[in-house]
Design a protein around this ligand. Sequence first.
Ligand code: FUL
Length: 434
Amino acid sequence: MKRRDFLATGAAAMAAPRFGHLVTGLARPVPTPQQLQWQRDELALFLHFGVNTFTDREWGDGTENPAIFQPTALDARQWARAAKAAGARGLVLTAKHHDGFCLWPTATTAHSVASSPWRGGGGDVVREFTDACRAEGLRAGLYLSPWDRNAPSYGDSPRYNDFYCAQLTELLTRYGPLHEVWFDGAVEVGPGGRKQEYDWARIWGLVRTLQPDAVIFSDAGPDVRWIGNERGVAGDPNWSTVNPATVPYPGASGDDVIAMLQHGDPGGTVWRPGEADVSIRPGWFWHPAEDAKVRSVDDLVELYFSSVGRNSKLLLNVPPTRDGVIHPTDAARLSGMRERLDALFAEDRYADAATGRSVTVSTADLREDIARGQSVAAYRLEGRVEGAWRVLSRGTTIGHRKLDRFASVTITAARLTVENAVGPVGNIPVRFFA
Ligand code: FUL
């Protein structure tokens, strides 16, 4: 594949940063190496699997009999291969969802795979999952739902925090390196209307101590934030910096919270990029009635543009069936999406423009070097069409990656003008595709 970096023109180099939030002299936030790798991965698969798979529900109530958990042909290598075929670099599994059923043989509760007939009660889905990820060269992540509708201690705050931290410790110490630990924000009161107060400092501290290379996801970060919806659509603009006071804890609600999650904040003091989680089906868990409602390849490509193409990471949910495998329809859509993306981004057309030939393009791929932070707040991309400059696209933020589509046009040259920035603007490579 040919690749020639597009140099920002004189106009870009001269653009005076004049965004209101710029505080000259103060260092702008930059990603940690873990956050950088997480974002460069661009796509990971999410796997919702558990008792809900067998009860046909989205939220179990914790009264499920563990005997119902009986996948007939569980094959975690098949999950990992499907992820690879999608071009994903990692997977995140629901080790425990709101029903409290643990997919590993925990010492903390009998509500687990150890009480099921699967593999004679000797099975461990988390082990098979993490082994499969490693065997396929993929990164493993785990979701441990804070809300637990089975644990009797839920709502008795100190007691449940101990229980939850014991579960988390098992997951963080038994299964080798984890890349991401996922905490959702769904919370309801426990038995007798007791409200659970989570000890987030302790919970996050455990991850830091036991898995220092993992990024921590929740609405409130601290490393990666939720993008604010479950439709796979990042905000425009989408800053990777935020003001941490706006979303103080997972599950915080309100319009300000959602706006911050969607857009970030150019004046934010911490680096906390957005992750867009969305399902390939209407539900998060597998339901037989949804086998005919799997997103099309076109739809998946759109999701990629509205998430990865807007400086977010895409966490695409693909739920295993009762057999314990990814359904063939879902697997086919995943590989179809990858083929389409690979074809689209196979050749940088603009590299040819240097030879003086004209090139026909309809997609631009812009990138900031986010290792140095995120700066661009407004830009204009122009192409030379029949001897005159024409605007191809205008945008706000760029970040790790910004994908712009426009009506197919033949250009002989291109230039990018940064019209507004909150910090120093480096070289911004732009590639063009048909
Ligand atoms: C939410 C949960 O309530 C949903 O069931 C799903 O797991 C989603 C990813 O997170 O908080």
